[in-house]
Design a protein around this ligand. Structure first.
Ligand code: FMN
Ligand code: NAG
Ligand code: NAG
Ligand code: NAG
Length: 342
């Protein structure tokens, strides 16, 4: 692509654009979304969270069928993301079949987050990838987690996820600005310096330019892609995102309680649009009542009750655009911003 920005991440992945799609859990037409992000020049990620091996296999073949530049090496230029705690919780064979699905599809990268024993799964991937050495992403919420990921897990790519992020993350995470710089400044002993990506609250190309200026090798964006038609968010959810202002998001465990996904590790909550599900939870309304209203509100797509994950950048997002176009627009905006600076 004309005027590409070369950083550690573009070289590692062989992509042209320093913007990456985060992994979504079961809410997006994930194979299609990931493929279009890669087609746009970014790198698409598919989440294995809450999927069966069969559904993951079909998302991966959907992605393969939609990818424009077929990779002659047979490597599928998307990544698959795993929730560590969920792998730990399921029977070993099920976890294994989720990993094997991605190994068999020859994905270019694996992404791990939110677990106390990520090393076990990373070893599994590394020892069973028949010498193909897929890249390992680890998402972190603190400098301590970043040091562990580099020195113990030997992650290839660290994703610094700040408190601004949409979806799940550490309630203890510092603002991205501080988290990113603390990681970039850390000496990391004898380990090779990691490639570091910035995630959380990013909305447009100027945001990306800022992260690159600070020293990030690229960014991960989640919320922005919920507005793409390839995501499985409903029209009502997309409208809620368009209508939302920055101050409308909140970090909470209310939605996990309302929908019954409460096994996340200690300290993990999620950022979404504040509504009555959240205020009821904060006021101690009975869980039974919250859950039944949430279920009904999800069925009728009632904004006062349903769940819309969103990062703090949501106030700047107001258009529905195909994922491929989003990546290209972000790239152009980023280049314009960098040109203004120099
Ligand atoms: C709907 C949604 C689903 C997500 N699913 C995952 C996931 O499965 N695993 C993960 O590590 N991060 C997940 N994230 C977090 C992203 O990796 C990323 O850190 C975040 O989206 C960045 O913040 P932003 O949404 O403000 O761009 C998710 C985020 C959203 C919005
Ligand atoms: C194919 O995959 C290899 C190895 O990951 C990568 O270096 C290369 O850039 C990819 N080519 C295309 C056209 O995507
Ligand atoms: C590699 O896969 C085999 C099963 O095929 C499994 O028994 C083994 O534990 C895996 N390796 C690691 C390091 O987990
Ligand atoms: C308490 C609270 O923030 N309630 C909000 C829930 O969502 C609806 C629809 O967006 C808002 O109108 C409420 O103010």
């Amino acid at each position: 692509m004309h005027g590409s920005i070369a950083t550690g991440i573009t070289r590692l992945l062989g992509i042209t654009i320093s913007s990456l799609l985060c992994s979504f859990q079961g809410i997006s037409s994930i194979g299609a979304l990931a493929a279009q992000v890669t087609n746009g020049g970014g790198f698409g990620l598919i989440s294995a969270g809450y999927q069966t091996a069969d559904s993951l296999i079909s998302e991966l073949s959907l992605a393969r069928s939609l990818l424009e530049a077929q990779n002659l090496t047979g490597i599928l230029p998307v990544g698959v993301g795993y929730l560590g705690w969920l792998l730990d919780k399921m029977p070993f064979q099920e976890a294994e079949s989720l990993l094997i699905a991605a190994l068999t599809a020859n994905v270019q990268a694996f992404w791990f987050s939110f677990g106390n024993d990520l090393g076990k799964w990373i070893r599994y991937v590394r020892e069973n990838s028949s010498g193909k050495s897929p890249l390992i992403f680890v998402q972190v919420n603190s400098l301590e987690e970043a040091v562990y990921a580099v020195e113990n897990l030997e992650a290839d790519i660290i994703v610094a996820q700040g408190i601004e992020s949409g979806g799940h993350g550490g309630s203890y995470a510092p603002p991205l600005f501080d988290l990113l710089q603390s990681i970039l400044e850390h000496p990391f002993g004898s380990s090779p310096r990691p490639v570091v990506l910035a995630a959380g609250g990013l909305a447009n190309g100027a945001d990306i330019a800022l992260q690159l200026t600070l020293g990030a090798a690229g960014v991960v964006m989640g919320t922005r892609f919920l507005l793409s038609p390839e995501s499985k968010y409903t029209d009502a959810q997309r409208e809620a995102l368009i209508a939302a202002n920055t101050e409308d998001t909140v970090r909470t465990v209310a939605f996990d309680h309302a929908r019954g996904t409460i096994d996340w590790p200690e300290g993990i909550d999620g950022r979404g649009l504040r509504n009555d599900t959240v205020s009821d939870f904060e006021q101690g309304v009975s869980l039974e009542l919250i859950q039944s209203k949430f279920k009904e509100g999800t069925r009728t797509q009632d904004r006062r009750r349903f769940l819309v994950w969103a990062g703090t950048g949501v106030g700047l997002m107001n258009r529905i655009m195909p994922a491929k176009d989003v990546v290209q627009e972000l790239h152009q905006e980023c280049q314009q911003q960098l040109a203004k600076l120099s």
